[in-house]
Design a protein around this ligand. Structure first.
Ligand SMILES: N[C@@H](CCC[C@H](N)C(=O)O)C(=O)O
Length: 286
């Protein structure tokens, strides 16, 4: 039995178990199975997955994310804001703007803090990848996937695909409450046109500055929010001519709102909150 200290945090209800590898040593071979064990609502803590906060030479802090099923995602927007809050409030970093390395890229986070407590975090998420080969998605490698017919069973959907370091399939719907998240999410996640699987977003574009959003996440299923998904959705709205570059877009997720902007330099900015839920020790049976 290993006693593992953890903190449970959430960004707009997208909740993960965070382990601070600056202070606790854990071998790589445990990561995937531990993610499944802690995420279990009945025999674990219960979460959308596991996030490891670790030392790195490439940035001030490193982050790795494992989904509920133990698979590794290369990026996590809500996780980045939580890691930024944790790193600042626990003295891992001593400045309000700092770099976080993910498996996808290294991003810059800026925390807004009052008396040492972080209330809001802005992350420059970097540039979205739009080529089919970068999603990755099968087909002609150098093409973008914007409003592309995407048959699923008897339905013909319209797909815009965006990578934020992890893959997103964005579909526009008329009314978010009727979005087929539970029916089509798991089917599209595993569709063979996405060789690495995909996160599935349904969006209702209310206006050029407002989007309603629901998600089925690769490896975790329905979650209350997905930060990279919100970024991908804002980018998809712009690519479809429904929103503008350099404009703040409010994305209404099930767990709350995120502010997203795709600037004219090509970078996507995400601003939102992060919360600590609880801290404790997890008894991990090895
Ligand atoms: N919830 C995350 C994304 C987590 C990883 C994703 N499920 C994947 O496998 O790519 C976010 O806030 O971005």
């Amino acid at each position: 039995m290993m006693e593992i200290p953890f903190t449970k945090m959430h960004g707009l209800g997208n909740n993960y178990i965070y382990i601070n590898l600056f202070e606790f040593n854990l071998e790589e071979r445990h990561f995937s199975r531990l993610a499944q064990a802690v995420s279990d609502v009945h025999t674990g803590v219960g979460s959308d997955g596991l996030i490891l906060i670790h030392p790195t030479d490439e940035a001030d802090v490193g982050m790795r994310i494992f989904n509920r099923d133990g698979s590794e995602g290369k990026n996590c927007g809500n996780g980045l804001r939580c890691v930024a809050k944790f790193a600042y409030e626990n003295g891992i970093v001593k400045k309000d703007t700092f770099k976080i390395e993910t498996r996808a890229n290294t991003v810059e986070a800026k925390v807004r803090a009052d008396a040492g407590a972080v209330s809001e975090i802005t992350v420059n998420m970097g540039q979205p990848l739009l080529k089919r080969s970068s999603i990755p998605m099968v087909g002609e490698e150098a093409t973008n996937v914007v409003a592309e017919p995407f048959p699923v069973g008897d339905l013909e959907l319209s797909l815009t695909a965006v990578s934020m370091g992890n893959p997103h399939a964005v579909f526009s719907v008329d009314a978010i409450k009727d979005a087929p998240v539970y029916q089509l999410g798991p089917v599209i996640e595993q569709d063979e046109r996405f060789p690495e699987g995909v996160n599935v977003e349904f969006i209702e574009i209310i206006s050029p500055t407002e989007i309603n959003f629901r998600v089925w996440e690769r490896g975790s299923g329905v979650t209350q929010a997905c930060g990279t998904g919100a970024c991908a959705s804002a980018v998809a709205a712009v690519l479809n001519g429904k929103a503008e570059r350099d404009q703040d877009i409010t994305v209404h997720l099930e767990g709350g709102d995120l502010n997203i902007k795709w600037d004219t330099n090509g970078d996507v900015w995400m601003t939102g909150g992060a919360e600590v839920i609880a801290s404790g020790t997890f008894n991990y049976r090895i």
